[in-house]
Design a protein around this ligand. Structure first.
Ligand code: ADP
Ligand code: MG
Ligand code: MG
Length: 894
């Protein structure tokens, strides 16, 4: 015979905490508490298997269930010394849902079940309190009718209001036993009128009605939506807990409350909680009265006039505090508990791992490791890497006033204020010339906006999703960004944005919160992140565990310095083209691209050389001998081309040629598919002088810094978009030649490496050949994803949504590495590369380098390092440690 019911109470239980899959979180923990000898009202759990059975069998129960429920109920009756449905001494129960994962609001709990017209009299006599009995009865009718019978709440609220206004009173507590009796009569009439059948008087009908409602609630819309949002599988099902009632509403020596073993807002090891005297469970949540603090300390902190439990019920408080310590020591984590005190007797009704802020999570993990409650490794496993993001950026001062304008997508965390500008050029002018702080507002952004994006405090777009250009670039820069804020209308010509009847003009101040997606009018003060204390301690522990190195993608001195501050162990990707968008340089770059001859190009490149050399000097200085991987020019040339006639004229003048010549050349460079066009090392192959200039800048800078500081500088030069060994061979030969020249001129020798990006499927497949020439590989998984899927990151947003909704791809492959496809190519390339060149250094750059689940994959493939945007470095360090410990699922850990 199958077991369909698990009893608990009276100092023992059939379940255990590790049976959550079967008993749900609530049921498993009630059982565990009972086994620990903690006072828990007796009851039983109908497991999730019954839910599964129910849906697999046309809403029917297993045959043995009724009998097993009856037996379990008898056990509860014995412990409570009362009988279910008894006229003189009735046992009342609550019926509570409880899935594996907490699903708030899935189904409302039903309290006081077992009351009817007869047993309510028994309860009145035995408690000596008719008012309490009829109050409990009306609560029951109200909840049961709403949750099980589908009679809406407001009917009952109307009746209650009427009863109060008839008596000319405002508080429920002022109603007498007779008042409640009348209310009960009216409630029952209402049910009869609404349903055509009377409120069920048979207590077993009541019980099965409630059990059915819990199982039914598993498939209600609220629950389905919640599961979809939180990735909870439908097949898990819910359990049902039936538990003897204890009463916090039997008088002034009764109460009910919620508490945490530590403060969930800051993690302090203080007992924290609230309670309400003479109240029943749902009253605390409903917020009808102001709750009292548990501890004297808490009362003082809150400046509350109401006495604390510690002061008014010292014995109960001591008992609760002892249970707090017992449960925390047992579960080895901060607990969130529900309790009720019935006539000075304490009962525990629930315990679970408590939710906490990221700051509290850090403090609790570090403290618990220091207290010896958990190991350092466990402490590391307790922190969700993604949640660290909150701590690494300025946030809005919680005390500050705000004036919300609109809400968009939280595309890049951090909060920032500034004057509104509507173009990237204006952003640069305002910042550089007027020394203003700006928020760049665009319908959407494109690569030529990089310069303006870089100088802006924040970026706001009205179109585009979480992987739009603005979002990706902003995250890379650590710049706050709200994307896709569709409520806002931008008028570039008028230089205004309009939202909800309000107009914001260029130069007016707004504040954006890239962590929430909110946009505010005016300046909202922000607070700077603290990277010391528990954060620093945990990161130290993390670094002793992880084996993957963490580098950063950075090209500007500011980014490099940030990366160092966050613990980067080098630069994994320095995108040299980002150095060319500066207004001083873009003209020279255009001159170079638009030159008709090699001679013309060389002339322009000679002008760029000192700029580029200085970039590397700065970078090498900041990185103090740490490895720096520099990628030679990569993007499609059109990103640099002039757009307007004025820009063309400017280039023509600088180059000393006719504007028409420049215009013609400009037109001839047009490509219909630039992402697959003349870019990457194809530029180096066709115009070797570009890469030669860059190599010269790198070597001259390396020699200079090495000489000046006495530190070794080991540049790693990376060739992009290689698909054939021959490409790399040609580029490497050119670089080696420049190196020889520079070293000879300077009479100085340096080690350097030449390697390649692996970002084309062909390169991954031919990695064995390529590794004969490449001294390292860096997986450029952004492009590798684009080229493997054959879809553009910039254009895939709209249809990817549909793809995910239809379950074709589970995740956005640009945010989370596609382990099946792209990951397979990474694996193949790693194996073939290392077979050809043992010890070949392998890394990953691109968005995935900062994504915890992708980092776990990198660990499993045996990469040497991941490289991510500076602001994600701590996240990557933590994720790498979790990957090394083998307990990373990428997220979902608390
Ligand atoms: P939720 O999952 O929404 O928290 P619960 O099942 O925990 O729902 O119950 C809601 C409220 O009812 C809680 O405050 C709980 O303490 C109270 N409650 C549940 N069962 C009982 C009981 N047997 N006796 C007294 N109060 C109860
Ligand atoms: Mg609860
Ligand atoms: Mg690329």
């Amino acid at each position: 015979m199958s077991k369909w019911v698990y009893s608990f109470g009276g100092g023992r239980a059939e379940g255990r905490a590790d049976m959550k899959n079967l008993l749900g979180g609530k049921g498993a923990n009630l059982a565990e508490m009972a086994n620990l000898g903690i006072p828990v009202p007796p009851g039983f759990t109908i497991p999730t298997e019954v839910c599964t059975y129910y849906y697999a069998n046309g809403n029917a129960y297993p045959a043995e269930l009724t009998e097993q429920v009856t037996e379990a109920l008898v056990r509860v009756e014995e412990i409570m010394d009362a009988k279910f449905g008894d006229a003189a001494n009735p046992l009342l129960v609550s019926v509570r849902s409880g899935a594996r994962a907490s699903m708030p609001g899935m189904m409302d709990t039903i309290l006081n079940l077992g009351l009817n017209d007869v047993s309510v009299e028994g309860l009145a006599k035995r408690s000596g309190d008719a008012r309490f009995a009829y109050d409990s009865y009306r609560r029951f009718i109200q909840m049961y009718s709403d949750v099980v019978l589908g009679v809406e709440h407001h009917h009952f609220e109307d009746i209650l209001e009427e009863a109060k206004s008839d008596r000319d009173i405002t508080l429920d507590t002022e109603l007498t036993a007779d008042d409640w009796k009348k209310v009960v009569g009216k409630y029952k009439d209402k049910v009869l009128a609404e349903l055509g059948t009377p409120f069920p008087q048979d207590v077993h009908d009541q019980l099965w009605g409630a059990v059915g409602a819990v199982f039914g609630s598993w498939m209600n819309q609220r629950a389905i939506t919640y599961r979809r949002l939180h990735d909870i599988p439908e097949i898990w099902g819910t359990a049902v807990n039936v538990q003897a009632m204890v009463f916090g509403n039997m008088g002034d020596d009764c109460c009910t409350g919620v508490c945490f073993t530590r403060d969930p807002s800051n993690g302090d090891n203080d007992f924290y909680g609230e309670f309400l005297v003479n109240a029943q469970g749902e009253d605390v949540v409903a917020g009808i009265r102001t709750p009292q603090q548990l501890t004297k300390h808490g009362r003082e902190l809150q400046h509350s006039d109401l006495p604390s439990m510690e002061e008014v019920m010292p014995e109960v408080f001591r008992e609760l505090n002892a249970i707090r310590h017992k449960l925390e020591a047992h579960y080895k984590d901060m607990q969130d508990m529900e309790f009720t005190v019935q006539q000075k007797r304490l009962w525990m009704l629930q315990t679970r791992t408590g939710k906490r802020t990221t700051n509290a999570a850090l403090k609790i993990a570090v403290d618990m490791a220091r207290e010896g409650l958990i190991t350092r490794k466990e402490a590391i496993g307790r922190i969700d890497p993604a949640a660290l993001d909150q701590l690494l950026h300025p946030t809005l001062d919680p005390k500050a006033a705000r004036d919300l304008l609109a809400r968009g997508l939280p595309a890049s965390p951090g909060a920032a204020s500034g004057k509104v500008v509507f173009s990237a050029e204006d952003a640069e002018i305002w910042v550089k010339d007027k020394k203003e702080q700006v928020i760049l507002v665009r319908i959407e952004t494109s690569p030529e906006d990089i310069g303006g994006m870089h100088v802006s405090e924040g970026i706001l777009t009205t179109r585009g999703g979480m992987t739009s250009h603005a979002a990706v670039v902003a995250r890379g820069m650590g710049t706050p960004c709200v994307a896709g804020c569709g409520e806002i209308r931008v008028d570039y010509a008028a230089k205004t944005l309009k939202v909800a009847g309000r107009v914001v003009r260029e130069g007016e101040i707004i504040t954006i919160d890239g962590g929430t997606g909110e946009v505010f009018a005016g300046a909202v003060p922000t607070i700077q992140p603290e990277l010391t204390g528990d954060f620093a301690t945990l990161m130290e522990w993390v670094d002793t565990i992880r084996t993957l190195k963490v580098r950063a993608n950075a090209e500007t001195p500011v980014d490099a310095a940030t990366a160092r501050k966050f613990g980067a162990e080098g630069i994994g990707l320095c995108r040299t083209e980002h150095m060319f968008f500066d207004p001083e340089r873009i003209l020279v770059v255009r001159e170079m691209i638009l030159a008709e001859t090699e001679k013309g190009r060389r002339a322009a490149l000679a002008k760029l050389l000192p700029f580029q050399r200085q970039d590397f000097v700065d970078l090498f200085n900041i990185m103090q001998g740490l490895p720096v991987t520099i990628r030679l020019l990569d993007p499609p040339l059109h990103e640099f081309l002039p757009h307007t006639d004025a820009e063309i004229a400017e280039v023509a003048q600088a180059a000393g040629v006719e504007a028409s010549v420049v215009a013609a050349r400009n037109a001839s460079l047009h490509e219909s598919n630039p992402m697959l066009g003349h870019r990457g090392c194809r530029l180096g192959i066709t115009y070797p002088e570009i890469y030669e200039m860059q190599a010269r800048a790198i070597f001259e800078a390396a020699v200079q810094v090495s000489r000046e500081t006495g530190r070794t500088v080991t540049p790693e030069i990376m060739i992009p978009l290689v698909g054939a060994k021959k490409e790399l061979d040609l580029m490497k030969a050119a670089i080696d030649k420049v190196a020889g020249e520079v070293f000879a001129e300077a009479s100085y020798q340096l080690k350097y490496m030449v390697g390649t990006m692996i970002e084309l499927p062909r390169a991954a497949l031919l990695a064995g050949q390529i590794a004969e020439s490449a001294e390292f590989f860096s997986f450029g998984t952004n492009d590798l994803t684009q080229t493997t899927f054959g879809m553009s990151r910039d254009d895939s947003g709209p249809f990817l949504e549909v793809y995910r909704a239809k379950g074709i791809y589970e995740h956005d492959p640009f945010a989370q590495l596609d382990q099946q496809g792209v990951g397979e190519l990474v694996k193949i390339a790693s194996e073939r590369g290392r077979a050809a060149r043992p010890g070949l250094k392998l890394g990953i750059c691109g968005e995935h380098g900062g994504d915890p689940s992708s980092i776990a994959f990198c660990q499993s493939v045996g990469l040497d390092y991941v490289s991510c945007s500076p602001y994600r470095v701590p996240i990557a360090r933590l994720a790498a440690a979790q990957a090394a410990l083998g307990d990373s699922k990428g997220s979902g850990m608390h």
